[in-house]
Design a binder for this molecule. Sequence first.
Ligand SMILES: NC(=O)c1ccc[n+]([C@@H]2O[C@H](COP(=O)([O-])OP(=O)(O)OC[C@H]3O[C@@H](n4cnc5c(N)ncnc54)[C@H](O)[C@@H]3O)[C@@H](O)[C@H]2O)c1
Ligand SMILES: O=C(O)[C@H](O)CO
Length: 320
Amino acid sequence: MGKKLFITRKLPNEVIEPLQAKYDVEMWDKEDVVIPRHVLLEKVKDAEGLMTMLSEKVDEELFQHAPKLKVVANMAVGYDNIDIQAAERANVIITNTPDVLTESTADLTFSLLLATARRMIEAAEYVKNNQWKSWSPLLLAGHDVHRKTIGIVGMGSIGEVVAKRAKGFDMHILYYNRSRKKRAEEELHAQYVSFEELVSQSDFIVCLTPLTTETKNLFTKEVFQQMKPSAIFVNASRGPVVNEDDLYSALVEGEIAGAGLDVFSEEPISGEHPLLQLKQVVALPHIGSATTETRYKMMELCVQNIDRVFSDGTPLTPVK
Ligand SMILES: NC(=O)c1ccc[n+]([C@@H]2O[C@H](COP(=O)([O-])OP(=O)(O)OC[C@H]3O[C@@H](n4cnc5c(N)ncnc54)[C@H](O)[C@@H]3O)[C@@H](O)[C@H]2O)c1
Ligand SMILES: O=C(O)[C@H](O)CO
């Protein structure tokens, strides 16, 4: 019997075939249902490799249930669902899926900015609901994007590509990051500013940081109050970087003009959530990287990472 691998979501056959040829592979059999925790803890008991989605919590408890585990390949670039210190203690290698999803996620992030600014979802529903009576001067008028100021919080791989998209719209680019990004400054004329300057000067504030103890609750009431009343906030990082109650108040009080959200504190967010009742909110179901091409690349990278850990111990994209 080969090494046992467990995959926490049903994946297409052609993706797992290379693993099946070498390992004893078992998969949770649902595509759109998260594996119950107790089932996961049972399944990892004799697993040496695990492929997870961002919906699975990989923590001390899981490692204690998985004494043979050598590698966890997370199908996401973000790994806030994984306790990295606990993995180190358990001597388990963690891998993620950087780079392969950068362009697709940047495309979606910039589309979300455009959709929110130009009220595209509201306008499409207006037509479908048979509300359109005539062309009129200010019908569904939104905000211009071209030549406005975009402020990118978290100028990493995706942030830089969003900045590239913004340059095509002749936008003035501000950024705030843990460190200066010389390339973005030279090639895109992005200007490094403090977080406070960024939020107060930008027309569009786009968050693309990882979720960490530092970025949790980064956007609070005080921060929204510093923004322009015409500002649009876009979040494509992780829900908990924002205090959603504060965001709701800022939108209702008119402290900011709109929000484009691909991620939420609780996913899936309930359709009854107050934020979703606001017409100035465009909400998407965490689809930043969701193109068929990119999702296949992410799955294939996970497969390669697991295989390389067992063949020569050199995963392509280990979390450092
Ligand atoms: N919506 C989606 O579907 C989707 C898709 C991909 C990634 N993401 C999220 O986007 C994040 C970024 O992805 P990436 O590939 O660009 O990662 P990355 O590591 O290349 O970039 C993250 C950037 O954030 C900066 N940063 C970290 N902590 C910071 C802080 N406290 N203040 C300011 N800057 C800080 C880092 O210096 C880095 O430049 C992921 O961690 C993930 O949470 C979401
Ligand atoms: O972190 C990630 O990769 C996304 O949230 C899913 O692609």
